[in-house]
Write a protein that binds this ligand. Structure first.
Ligand code: SF4
Length: 310
């Protein structure tokens, strides 16, 4: 029985060949990814924040600050303080424990609906809140780049979690809220060596930027391009997706699973039938390495660095 996560399904949809390298051959690039580390910390911070309270969550970040260099720690602390401030002003937020029937963080989701095809759906929901017959699944995202609403409303995770949640909470309406936090927070922009305000737009808000320009003795009109960009950036977006809004159905997921099963024990999918974004496997891909032995021979014999089997 294969366990299917939403990331595996999204990888398959983006490029069948990449999925084959990652999930069938189990090859991955060895790299220390600070973005992943920040994401993990922030996920843990929010799990504690919503189940044990703000102080416990702040203590958690403090206890893990030694794992971050000074600049990353500044970023994480900025995200945390900005998040807490945002939370105090928004009405779309999870209820505190005691104000709902059930609340779980890091909740294991599972569905056996595709077992007969050899796939079991699995995933971990960041936060699950039940109030009466409505269950809301909160998914926290910390993308390095802003995501479009189209991306969010076609997100595979939402579909799979709707499916799993509906099965696990029989008789309940299941909704998902995507809680998107960009890796930015308000920060006073720096004065450059040319005695101008830095034009890096992702470090602040329009108000702070405008004030910094004025404090520097300059005219905000000269920075209208940056100010316009800043006005369009939303550091935190909460996007509720209601069950009935979903386009991908159980039938759609089954089609993807059926297609995936064709390749589980076979040669790699052909390149060219999908969009290639020149991912980290492009060198073996371009060499036409499309079966297990050829890929392994290539990795073992070439000077290709930074790949390992999971
Ligand atoms: S290089 Fe392109 S075709 Fe090959 S695995 Fe990556 S995305 Fe897919």
């Amino acid at each position: 029985m294969r366990t299917l996560s939403h990331t595996e399904m999204a990888t398959f949809k983006s490029c069948h060949r990449k999925w084959w390298y990652m999930y069938i051959l189990r090859l991955e690039r060895e790299s220390e990814n600070i973005d992943m580390h920040i994401g993990t910390l922030m996920h843990q911070f929010l799990a504690i924040y919503y189940t044990q309270g703000q102080q416990a969550a702040l203590d958690f970040i403090q206890a893990h600050s030694y794992t971050l260099d000074a600049a990353t720690l500044e970023l994480v602390n900025g995200m945390v303080s900005y998040y807490i401030k945002y939370e105090s002003t928004t009405t779309l937020k999870p209820p505190a424990p005691g104000y709902c029937d059930q609340i779980y963080a890091e909740y294991e989701m599972q569905s056996d609906v595709f077992n007969h095809l050899g796939f079991r759906l699995k995933g971990k929901a960041d936060l699950v809140v039940r109030q009466g017959d409505t269950v809301t699944i909160w998914e926290h995202k910390f993308p390095a780049k802003a995501k479009t609403l189209i991306y969010l409303t076609t997100n595979d995770q939402v579909d799979l979690y709707h499916l799993m949640g509906s099965e696990m909470f029989t008789g309940c309406k299941v909704n998902v809220v995507l809680n998107i936090v960009q890796k930015i927070y308000p920060k006073v922009p720096k004065v450059t060596k040319q005695n101008k305000i830095s034009r890096a737009p992702i470090t602040t808000t329009p108000e702070i930027y405008r004030q910094a320009v004025i404090d520097n003795g300059e005219n905000p009109e000269d920075y209208i391009d940056v100010l316009t960009t800043l006005s369009n950036i939303q550091p935190i977006v909460r996007h509720p997706v209601y069950h009935l809004d979903r386009k991908e159905t159980i039938i759609g997921v089954r089609q993807w699973i059926n297609e995936m099963s064709q390749y589980v024990n076979n040669m790699a999918p052909r390149v060219g039938s999908f969009l290639c974004d020149q991912c980290g496997y492009s060198d073996i891909c371009q060499m036409g390495k499309d079966n297990y032995d050829r890929v392994m021979n290539y990795i073992n014999q070439s000077s290709w660095q930074g790949i390992k089997r999971r």
